[in-house]
Write a protein that binds this ligand. Structure first.
Ligand SMILES: [Zn+2]
Length: 399
């Protein structure tokens, strides 16, 4: 059993406020992306000495992708043990699946699924003390590459628990044929999550007191990844969506999947977070949002609040127009909320102020300026939605 209470901050943070920071960059061992790569899982795993692999996947995954993974492993004489992910990345789920796999003598855990399955799988691999091999079936989130998991209550509410691991996944394998077959809304949610990467990393780079997820200063490499992530999304998102509609692989789709998965994951972990993710996690406290919206959709709204807090009108307008064009929510109505509901704002404000990375901003965030920012982002979003229409949003939300 691995030591459960691992935390990178005491290891990589500076000793005290007067000592120098170090710069730390962390990443998965290998990242493999392309159409049809799922069929080659056994070949990729044959590069390391493996005899026995666990597979964590949802019921849906058991029917769709798991048979191909099992066949691929068999070809290279790797024995597999299958278990079912119950749907929530909660401690209860993590402990139950760890107990189930604990006696199987595994050399690695293959995690096949969406963001919550990936986060739960990384926690289970850590408890079993085996490397994680992540095969995301959605390009909707920044979870696959990082060495941390967001753990939720069984109800899905974020209660402040983030688990950290000494190692990132050993391999991340993204089959673009599979992620392109998922509903368009997932790819677009990933764009919201990924677009925040650069704006949050930029806050951390420019503030000498800000730190990344390891408690250290961001490297130039992490910043460059965040920057090209945003650049790629602004340039290629609409073409990538068109490619999902036509069912044809394309270069823009490959680039956007890489932005959503690799650049976003490395960029947030080694670059650092700020207000966008603080606000996004706060929204999970509202059941109507938690039950009906995806992480990346909450991050999009969070980024608009961050840009309002920073009073960066140019980038706020640019990001709002981009989100509206791809169909991400840009105002409270599009999260099924009413901005005049003071109780809702109180919940979001309180939970946002409790999120650690908020202190990466170079100014103090108070309940007052946060509330103003939430409302001014909402006003800008409402006017952009009126000007540009909300066809893309309505198409994705099925309304
Ligand atoms: Zn995220």
């Amino acid at each position: 059993m691995a030591k459960l209470d691992y935390s990178p901050q005491p290891i990589f943070s500076r000793d005290n406020e007067t000592s120098a920071h170090s710069r730390v960059f962390t990443s998965p061992g290998k990242y493999i992306q392309g159409p049809g790569v799922l069929a080659k899982v056994g070949r990729y795993l044959s590069t390391v000495n493996l005899k026995s692999a666990g597979i964590l996947a949802s019921q849906r995954g058991h029917r769709s992708e798991v048979p191909m993974v099992e066949a691929g492993l068999k070809e290279y004489e790797i024995v597999s043990t299958l278990t079912t992910f119950g749907g929530e990345c909660s401690l209860e789920e993590i402990e139950a699946r760890s107990a189930e796999l604990g006696s199987a003598g595994l050399d690695c855990l293959i995690i096949l699924g969406g963001g919550k399955c990936v986060d739960a799988g990384k926690c289970i691999a850590h408890r079993l003390d085996v490397p994680a091999i992540v095969i995301p079936t959605l390009a909707s989130n920044d979870a696959p590459c990082s060495a941390l998991s967001v753990v939720y209550a069984p109800s899905g509410v974020f209660e402040g628990l983030i688990e950290f691991f000494p190692s990132n996944p050993a391999m991340v394998i993204v089959d673009t044929e599979i992620v392109a077959k998922a509903p368009e809304r997932f790819l677009v949610a990933g764009m919201g999550d990924a677009m925040a990467t650069w704006y949050e990393a930029k806050v951390c780079v420019n503030n000498p007191n800000a730190v990344n997820m390891l408690g250290s200063r961001p490297t130039l490499a992490a910043c460059a990844m965040g920057e090209i992530c945003a650049h790629t999304l602004y340039a290629d998102s609409l073409a990538a969506v068109a490619s999902v509609h036509s069912g044809e692989p394309s270069e823009p789709l490959e680039r956007v999947v890489e932005a959503n998965t690799l650049l976003s994951g490395l960029g947030f972990e080694s670059g650092g977070l700020a207000a966008a993710h603080a606000v996004a996690q706060a929204y999970t406290n509202l059941p109507i949002v938690e039950e009906n919206y995806l992480h990346g959709e909450m991050v999009a709204m969070g980024l608009l609040t961050q840009l309002a807090l920073e009073q960066d009108d140019v980038e706020a307008k640019r990001a709002t127009e981009y989100f509206a064009s791809v169909g991400l929510p840009v105002h409270y109505g599009q999260l099924s909320l009413d901005p005049r509901d003071a109780a809702v704002l109180d919940i979001v404000v309180e939970a946002t102020l409790n999120f650690g990375a908020l202190t990466n901003l170079p100014f103090d965030v108070s309940a007052t300026n946060l509330r103003d920012a939430l409302l001014s982002a909402n006003d800008l979003g409402a006017s952009v939605a009126q000007e540009f229409g909300d066809e893309a949003y309505r198409r994705l939300q099925g309304s």
